[in-house]
Write a protein that binds this ligand. Structure first.
Ligand SMILES: *Cc1c(COP(=O)(O)O)cnc(C)c1O
Length: 390
């Protein structure tokens, strides 16, 4: 089956639900057993089937089955948020004395979890240059258990050579964990590129409507699934029933939405590139982007999330640009149907590799509005910016 067909069929079993197209929402805490024999039978397979709401329900199993089919892994685990998927995976795979290699362009809350929570647990983190490629071999120690990748970085849009990093990690017995939220499984196939665990902040494109928090961890094999599922189940972080349903519902339109996010995003990126107020557009699918060759080799598409560096101008001019936008809302997230923008100047923290820009930077999530209206909105914003500069 092709990806679009998997999107339609994944996790749906109408024959189990009176023919209903969508799996019903199971609201479950307690599960009762007809006999003591059945209760004991359930204990033998603690994380399979319906045993207690926290360990999974037919609704969460449906989402996990559908996302797993798209990612191309062995089995998935749903979590209360994207961050919970990341922290649950790291907690499962690391113990005191271990070492993790973390990409320097990582989503900031992941960095903070390493620096504060993992540190408290005796796990050491080394941040590495996203452009390191196979050179990562020099940073791998006997204690290195996990190499974490995220491509492109969701603020700086640097690409990573994931096959080269995975080859070096596997040669030394380390696992590769990827935050695959930007590409989704539709635009990057993680397990065919050497990734061992792929994470979706399903809050973003899978839910797609900015109305639920959800994460999904997908594992390459049974051993990894057992290890991570056990740890996540023991920590008590499960996804809520309605959130899981919203994830399933959003997933059915992921393909068509992403294609439009991609097309409108490319349209905006190219339009911005031609503006005199723009110094550089950070978008790996633009042929002159430093990450383009890797993107072309390994990815099959680009979502509409990218950044721009403006030509140097006063901060008050950027504020004038941002205040008064009609279609772009100021907001930190992305992946929903609506366009968003945030200033990122001075918010990008790096410790292993420098990140400097001469001009102010903005991050744009291209929504599903008509791109001509988005361009009109940005045109008016540039007019406001120019007035402040005078
Ligand atoms: C938003 C985001 C997350 C975290 O997801 P939440 O559901 O908000 O916890 C993780 N990684 C990336 C790249 C994100 O953009």
């Amino acid at each position: 089956m092709k990806q679009d067909t998997k999107i339609v069929h994944g996790g749906r079993h109408p024959e189990q639900h009176f023919g209903a197209v969508n799996p019903p929402v199971y609201h479950v805490s307690t599960v009762t057993y007809p006999t003591i024999g059945a209760l004991r039978e359930g204990e033998k397979r603690p994380y399979d089937g319906l045993r207690y709401g926290r360990y999974g329900t037919p609704t969460s199993f449906a989402l996990e089955e559908a996302v797993c089919a798209l990612e191309g892994g062995y089995r998935s685990i749903s979590t209360a948020s994207g961050l919970a998927a990341i922290t649950g995976t790291l907690t499962a795979l690391l113990k005191s004395g271990d070492h993790v290699l973390m990409v320097d362009s990582v989503y900031f809350p992941t960095r903070r979890f390493c620096n504060e929570q993992l540190k408290r647990c005796g796990v050491e983190t080394t941040f590495y240059d996203p452009l390191i490629g196979g050179g990562i071999a020099a940073l791998i120690r006997p204690q290195t258990r996990v190499v974490f990748v995220e491509a492109p970085g969701s603020l700086t849009f640097e690409m990573q050579d994931i096959p080269a990093i995975a080859a070096a990690a596997h040669a030394r017995g380390a696992r590769v964990v990827m935050d695959n939220t930007w590409a989704t499984p539709l635009f990057f196939s993680p397990f065919s590129k050497g990734v061992d665990v792929s994470i979706q902040a399903a809050t973003k494109f899978i839910v797609g409507h900015s109305d639920a928090m959800l994460g999904v961890i997908t594992c390459a094999d049974e051993a990894l699934w057992k290890e991570i599922k056990t740890s996540v189940a023991q920590s008590g972080v499960c996804a809520g029933a309605e959130e899981v349903y919203l994830g399933l519902r959003g997933l059915r339109t992921l393909g068509v939405r992403l294609r439009q996010h991609q097309e409108s995003g490319m349209f905006l990126a190219n339009w911005l590139k031609a503006r005199p107020e723009v110094k550089r557009v950070l978008h790996p699918a633009l042929p002159d982007d430093p990450g383009y060759d890797i993107w072309r080799r390994d990815f099959t598409g680009a979502c509409g999330l990218f950044a721009v560096e403006l030509t140097p101008c006063p901060a008050s001019a950027v504020d004038a640009f941002l205040d008064g936008l009609r279609h772009f809302a100021l907001g930190y997230s992305w992946g929903g149907f609506e366009s968003l923008i945030i200033p990122t100047t001075g918010t990008i923290l790096r410790t292993a590799s420098p990140w400097e820009t001469a001009g102010p930077t903005l991050r744009i999530h291209t929504g599903l509005e008509d791109p001509e209206d988005l361009v009109a909105d940005l045109t008016a914003a540039f007019t406001r910016l120019a007035k402040v500069q005078l």
